[in-house]
Design a protein around this ligand. Structure first.
Ligand SMILES: [Zn+2]
Length: 256
């Protein structure tokens, strides 16, 4: 755990590196592709919730700094050299499938014309017990209502949100839902194992996502793509830092 002093030092370093990146960017024309990972957008005072007005502010600041919001499909097309990406590309993802995606997130996405992927669970009862909070999850009917929304892609986040590296291989099978029709999988809690990666590949998913910080590059494994988790009280400038090569620099320094 970082103590208060080291957290403060890390913040100062992040700000310095972000300013440094902004000076270098016009010269080097960086290609930056970041996938942000949110959970609930609500006023519930939990570590992983972000208040609606703060989320809106994140998007405003990202847009002002030149970021363009893209889909996971666009990122995969860029990776396959069948499509191009804006130079500073940010994809938005939401894990667990909280009901506030429908009521709170969607209107903000519409306002910014920003696409997003929501990673839902297959069994809200079993997953809800494991998630350990009282926030309501999207029902199957609500998930279906999102399928036709042009801004929304539905991804899968396992049936019951287990830690995949810790469950028996024989119990893994029921977590993949090949019939669910999703193209993307987000490992619950960001945890995975070789067996989990193989199972996701064999199930026909096109890509899978961890919560290891970093940018998507042309070489990173499509079944362990990095995402940058955004938590409560993260100021917009820090979300910017996590969507640029600053996050790669601090990872290399062992500070991510
Ligand atoms: Zn989750």
């Amino acid at each position: 755990m970082l103590n208060a002093a080291s957290r403060r030092i890390k913040r100062v370093l992040l700000r310095f590196l972000l300013a440094f990146r902004d000076i270098l960017d016009p010269l080097f024309q960086f290609q930056e592709v970041s996938i942000l990972c949110y959970h609930s957008i609500s006023n519930m005072p939990l570590d992983f919730t972000v208040a609606p007005e703060v989320f809106d502010q994140h998007l405003i600041v990202l847009e002002k700094s030149g970021a363009k919001f893209v889909t996971i499909e666009q990122i995969l097309a860029w990776r396959a050299a069948t499509g191009i990406l804006p130079r500073y590309a940010v994809a938005l993802t939401f894990d667990d499938g909280y009901r506030d995606f429908l009521s709170t997130v969607l209107p903000i996405l519409k306002k910014h014309d920003a696409p997003a992927t929501v990673f839902v669970v297959g069994d809200t009862g079993a997953a809800g017990a494991r998630l350990g909070n009282d926030l309501p999850l999207l029902s199957p009917e609500e998930i279906d209502s999102l399928r036709t929304n042009p801004l929304v892609e539905i991804g899968y986040h396992s049936r019951a949100h287990p830690i995949l590296g810790e469950i028996r291989t024989t119990d893994l099978e029921q977590e993949w839902a090949p019939g669910f029709g999703a193209r993307f999988f987000a490992y619950p809690g960001g945890g995975y194992s070789d067996a989990a990666i193989d199972a996701v590949k064999n199930c026909g998913y096109a890509a899978a996502f961890s919560i290891k910080r970093g940018l998507v590059s042309e070489s990173k494994d499509l079944f362990c793509l990095p995402r940058n988790t955004v938590v409560r009280n993260m100021p917009p400038w820090m979300v910017r830092a996590y969507s640029t090569r600053v996050i790669e620099w601090v990872s290399q320094l062992g500070l991510a």
